[in-house]
Write a new protein. Sequence first.
Length: 94
Amino acid sequence: MNTDTLTGAATDLGGKLKEGLGTATGDRTLRDEGKADQLGGKVQQRYGEAKDTIEDTLRPVIDQVRQFVRDRPFASAALGGVLGIALINTLRGK
């Protein structure tokens, strides 16, 4: 869990409180602000969850690549060269 997830949850909760207060007092502006805060909070919360998912998925792959480069520096250099040439040829249209 990261700060975006926590901040989004807090904003969502604050929005629910605002909406409830606006409904109870008959203040449409406050109620609408609460709904907008809830939406913003949910978006930020989903963004934080997506960041966590990407981090959890990519971190092991990056660690494996780093270990491969440490263990096999010459194979890594050769592989990098081949990929570089393939990329250049692709960009040139060959």
